[in-house]
Design a protein around this ligand. Structure first.
Ligand code: AMP
Length: 120
């Protein structure tokens, strides 16, 4: 396991630390998943690394396995919640044009309705 970096000013680092409540769906030594507080679909979860990485631009080559594990956890949760067959979407927003509002990388997992494409 790599070193966990925490930013005291980061909302998601504070969720990792348990300082801000969240409805947790999955956790291990590297990853935490919880329900999005403002769901954009009947099921909307966020999958985050425990360590602080501000944007996808900041992901280091040595963290490629961690990034892959975020996807694997998303698929696991989708299956546990019963969405594997019907389908779902995972997305990561980056910086202003990507629509990122919390600067700690996170995968959105959206499911439970037909999702439009392009996303707009
Ligand atoms: P993004 O806009 O891609 O950075 O996504 C940030 C997401 O974090 C949004 O979908 C918010 O609804 C969600 N969010 C913000 N604050 C919280 C919180 N305290 N608990 C759970 N989700 C949150």
């Amino acid at each position: 396991m790599s070193e966990i970096i925490s930013d005291p000013d980061c909302l998601f680092c504070r969720i990792v630390a348990g300082e801000i409540p969240a409805e947790r769906l999955y956790e291990d030594d590297e990853i935490l998943a919880f329900r999005d507080v403002n769901p954009q679909a009947p099921f909307h979860a966020l999958i985050i690394p425990r360590t602080h990485i501000a944007t996808l631009n900041d992901l280091q080559p040595a963290q490629a396995t961690l990034a892959g594990r975020l996807l694997a956890v998303a698929a696991r949760i989708a299956a546990e919640q019963g969405f594997a067959e019907a389908g779902y979407r995972v997305a990561m927003n980056c910086n202003a044009d990507g629509g990122q509002s919390v600067y700690h990388i996170h995968l959105h997992l959206l499911a439970g309705r037909q999702l439009a494409w392009p996303p707009g």
